[in-house]
Write a protein that binds this ligand. Structure first.
Ligand code: SF4
Length: 761
């Protein structure tokens, strides 16, 4: 006998609904798209089909590992593992204080119900200034720009794909990434629909990506030029009197200042710096202004560069100036079922962005949203003195592969006194661990996309219970995270996890009851807690968040409203409707307005002018160096899907993509090895010639290069490829957010001499 089950795919941001066939023995024999899913309507990509292989992967950890006296990782019991962690971390805390233990949170933590809820508890309990995550090699510029404009780092405007007539994408390849800071299953179908209804899709990218191939227009741009292009477009709108913010006008501040600030960025000056002529820049601005419903959207290419925050700010500036912010078909703010910071508190005002409350010890990079930039983690480990990092906890993270100057970080991790990792595999990072705690497979845990529905192009909610029982030897992640919480707070390895969970849940409802804006304001927290019984763990917290959220049943005060029980009865999810205008109520700036000229960005604009001047000087001078950009692959997600046969096969994808003219100039041949060198390292990999990439640019995907000693994912280790982050320079950051620069890194390319067959040695 087999059964059919439905659940949300946890592998990327698109949150597709899956239909799985499960046999009596627990084998998952079929995965396909759930036709009835309220959001994805049957769409899936190849990654979802690999879920059974991930579950059955013999290399996946199913028991804790600890390092023995011979220095090898060996299986152990949970009690032994937690006792070793307690001894290791306590010793470091006693010697070096709280900041001596760092925490790194990896990207898969977002695609998980337990990790965001209980990872936050652990981070707070740890009390260390050294908290890092994948967000500072990815999206913090966008979140910081959103915080400066709207008052909240999670008040991120997403493109209303299903109603727009004109979509301008910069540095984004959602046909391959499946969307990022834009939760939207089947992006290809949604882009086709724009074109079918007479709209236009324009892609600005140094490379003719798959998204660019289906677009109506592709404009190559010099890597890192996005902020200049966007500034020139905004300046054009002012110069041609095309600024029409519409309904938002009374809720804006800084408009006049913005006009003054952008004046220097004329299309004529910007054109040679970005590689797009002035007439085209003006046309892009005019098209945006003329379209009834238009939206500008930018992703990795716009954030992982030296002007990441400025480019992200300018994207929403353009959406405001053309009257497309917070309007159907423009850039809109989702209203997730679990609520969030822009739902709580006084509508329309708040404290605004809070950043820079502390700085990194060695380089002085500022804290953003409670984290330090991961680009400075290695130096915080290496540099002696008060607050030196001597231990690291990693949660589903592989920073050795996914963060800049991998070689330096790899060596730094090897020097630590203690490392503990919560992971599915022994990876390039967790191979440094003294203890590795295994996590359940995605099929053994419940799922709800708390974070990702905050970026969804339609308001939806979908909960998935665990598909398969936990086998002996594994425990739920929330239990593991609470056990670690007990350890870092000095309560020892045998803490009563259930009692700590009761405390966490009580604190959550207590906060709600104390918030005058909450639908349960003034109610008895103990009664609220009792109403959530017998649930516990993430289900209890999720139920509380849903019930007090904007669609919730408000613990009985709004009969028929949302609760976890309602989601359990709706296996294909619940559609909560299209995005609705949310301003000014969602603003949490101190002024209660959209702050178009935030001081942090304004103070940095001379640097953008300087870049313009340098580009002008370069244009008439020596040849520019080649610059490196990244690229995504449909069958890969950062560093962690290369051990799955369905995804790892086929021709090698880790290649250096470059233009044939550059290849001819540099003596490189298609398929032949090329050496790529940056300030911090060099790698060798096959060249791949493609006339769809801009001359002067080389593209290498990240997340490869698993063939190092001590890793446990054997297929990945044998898959070939090299680690592009061996080239990424940890000293290059967006100074406003501290985000790493992964696009636009100067590199030198040279052919690798091939040894003649039969040569000696
Ligand atoms: S697009 Fe993302 S969420 Fe959808 S099936 Fe593929 S990996 Fe899963």
């Amino acid at each position: 006998m087999s059964r059919t089950a439905f659940r949300t795919c946890p592998l990327c941001e698109a949150t597709c609904g899956l239909e799985l066939t499960v046999e009596d023995d627990g084998a998952v024999t079929r995965v396909r798209g759930d036709e009835q899913d309220v959001f994805s309507h049957g769409y899936v990509c190849p990654k979802a089909l690999s879920l059974p292989q991930l579950h059955d992967d013999p290399d996946r950890l199913r028991t804790p590992l600890r390092r023995n006296d011979a220095g090898e990782l060996e299986p152990c019991t949970w009690e032994q593992a937690l006792a070793a962690i307690d001894a290791g971390l306590r010793g470091v805390q006693e010697r070096g204080g709280r900041d001596a233990v760092a925490l790194y949170i990896g990207n898969p933590s977002v695609h998980n119900l337990s990790a965001p809820l209980y990872g936050r508890v652990l981070a707070k309990a740890l009390g260390s200034r050294n908290v890092y995550s994948a967000s500072t090699v990815d999206q913090y510029p966008k979140q910081l720009a959103s915080a400066l404009l709207f008052g909240g780092g999670l008040t991120v405007a997403v493109p209303d794909l299903d109603r727009t007539d004109h979509l301008l994408l910069l540095g984004a390849n959602p046909l391959v990434s499946n969307g990022s800071l834009m939760t939207a299953p089947d992006v290809r179908g949604r882009l086709r629909a724009i074109q079918r209804r007479g709209g236009r899709v324009v892609v600005v990218d140094p490379r003719r990506s798959r998204t660019a191939e289906v677009a109506d227009e592709h404009l190559p741009i010099r890597p890192g030029g996005d902020a200049l292009l966007l500034a020139a477009m905004a300046a054009t709108l002012f110069a041609e009197r095309l600024v029409r913010p519409g309904r938002l006008t009374p809720h804006l501040s800084g408009l006049d200042e913005l006009r003054e600030l952008l004046q220097p960025f004329t299309p004529e000056l910007v054109a040679p710096a970005v590689g797009i002529d002035a007439a085209t820049i003006r046309r892009l601005a005019r098209e945006l202004a003329a379209a009834e419903r238009a939206v500008v959207y930018g992703r990795m290419g716009t954030t992982t560069q030296t002007f990441g925050t400025t480019a992200s700010w300018l994207i929403d500036v353009l959406n405001v100036l053309t009257g497309n912010l917070d309007e159907p078909g423009g850039a809109m703010f989702p209203l997730p079922a679990t609520g969030g910071a822009n739902v709580r508190g006084t509508p329309g005002s708040g404290r605004g962005a809070r950043v820079g409350r502390w700085a990194s010890r060695v380089r002085g990079l500022e804290e953003v949203f409670g984290e330090l930039p991961v680009a400075c983690l290695a130096e915080e480990i290496e540099t002696p003195g008060e607050g030196q990092v001597r231990a690291l906890i990693t949660l589903a993270g592989n920073p050795v592969v996914s963060t800049p100057n991998s070689a330096r970080l790899d060596a730094a991790l090897a020097s630590l006194d203690f490392v503990v990792s919560l992971d599915l595999y022994v990876t390039e990072t967790s191979r440094h661990a003294d203890v590795i705690l295994p996590a359940p497979s995605p099929l053994e845990r419940s799922h709800y996309d708390i974070a990702l529905y905050g970026f969804a192009v339609r308001n939806v909610a979908n909960y998935s219970p665990p598909l398969l029982p936990l086998p002996a030897g594994l425990q739920d992640e929330w239990r593991t995270l609470l056990a670690l919480t007990g350890i870092v707070t000095g309560q020892g390895p045998a803490i009563d996890v259930d009692a700590l969970d009761d405390f966490v849940a009580l604190e959550l409802v207590r906060r709600d009851a104390a918030d005058p804006s909450s639908p349960v304001a003034g109610r008895d927290p103990q009664q609220l807690l009792a109403a959530l019984a017998p649930r516990r763990g993430p289900e209890r917290l999720l139920d509380a968040m849903l019930r007090t959220g904007p669609y919730g049943d408000h613990f009985g005060a709004a009969p028929g409203g949302l609760s976890l029980a309602a989601l359990e009865a709706a296996p294909h999810g619940i559609d909560l409707g299209p995005l609705e205008p949310r301003l000014p109520a969602a603003l949490r700036t101190a002024s209660g307005t959209v702050e178009l000229a935030p001081q942090r960005v304004v103070a940095d604009l001379p640097r953008l002018e300087q870049a313009l001047a340098e580009a002008e000087a370069e244009a008439g001078g020596a040849e520019r160096p080649m610059v490196l950009v990244g690229r995504r692959d449909l069958r890969s997600n950062n560093s962690w899907m290369h051990n799955l046969p369905l995804l790892a096969g086929g021709p090698g994808r880790c290649t250096a993509l470059l233009h044939p003219d550059d290849a001819a100039r540099l003596g490189l041949r298609d398929g032949a090895p090329v050496r790529v060198r940056s300030r911090v390292g060099e790698i060798e990999l096959p060249a791949q010639l493609d006339d769809g990439i801009m001359p002067g640019v080389v593209s290498i995907p990240h997340g490869w290069g698993h063939g190092v000693d001590g890793v446990g994912w054997r297929r990945a280790a044998a898959a070939g490829g090299v680690n592009a982050n061996l080239l990424a320079d940890e000293l290059l950051v967006d100074p406003l957010s501290g985000n790493a620069v992964l696009n636009g890194i100067p590199v030198a390319l040279a052919p690798v001499a091939v040894e003649p067959v039969g040569s000696a040695g």
